[in-house]
Design a protein around this ligand. Sequence first.
Ligand code: GLU
Length: 279
Amino acid sequence: MSPPAGFVTRFAPSPTGRLHRGHAFSALTAHDAARAAGGRLNLRIEDIDTARCRPAFAQAIIADLAWLGVTWDEPVVFQSKRQVAYAEALRALRDRGLVYRCFKTRAEAAAASASAPHGPQLAFLGAALPLDEEARRLAAGEAFAWRLSIAAAERELDGFANLAFQDADRGRIRADPWLAGDVILARKDLGVAYHLAAVVDDGASGVTCVIRGEDLREACHVQVLLQALLRLPTPDYRHHPLILGADGKRLAKRDASETIASLRAGGATPERLRAELGL
Ligand code: GLU
C-alpha cells in the first residue's frame, strides 16, 4: 500500500493513563491542522512498553477523543502490533554496522558519559565491546540494548551537513545528532524503543507534518538522522507549547482533576474545553 499523498499528521499518545487537557490540546491542534489542510489525521497508540501501557487506557483514549470531536482517517495503529516492522528496520541498520550491543544499565551509561575524558556531557557515546567479551556476555545470557552509533552514522552519511528539518516556528534547522548521543533503538526488555518505532511508523503512514508538544523538540535531531539512515522522507515539524496546570507546572497523567474524564464528569462540553484551550 503506498502512503496517502497530501498533508498527513498524527496524534500519538501512550496509553499509560487517562488523557488530560494537554493531550486534548495536542489532539485538537493536530486534528484542526489536518482538516484545515484538507489532509489526514492518523491515530497511533504508542504501547510498546507493555509493563506501563494498558489496553483499557487505549480504549479510554479512543473514547475521550471521540467525545472531543477528534476524527481520524485510517485504522488506529497499535505499536505493540508492529514489532516485525521495527525488527526489519533494526536489522537494516545492523547489517550496515550502525548499531552495537550495549550491556550497560542506564545508570552505568550516565556515569560513563559524566566521566568521559572530553568532560561531563549528557549524551552517551559508547563503543561496541571487543568480540570476545561480547561473546562471553552473550553466552552468559546477559541482556543488552541496541544503540545507534552516531560516529558510524556520520561516516555512512559522509557527515551531517545535509541533515536538516523544517521547524514551523524556527525555520530550517540543522540536525545535530551528537546532542542525542548513541540513543537506544531497542531496549533490553522490549526489542524496540521510542525513536525507532516513531520514525518507522511516521514513515509507513506517510506523515508529512509531525505535530506534538515542545517537550519533544529535541527528539528531531535523532529522528531526522534515523529517517536519513532508513531512507525515509523527513516530515516538517510543529511543536506546540505545553498546557500548564493551575500551579504553573506541566500536566502529568497523575493529575486526576485535569483528565478529560473528570472534566467531562464535572459538566464540561467539548466546545467549552476548546474555548478554554484557546482553540
Ligand atoms: N507518545 C509520545 C507521548 O505521548 C508522543 C510521541 C510523538 O509525538 O512523537 O508523549
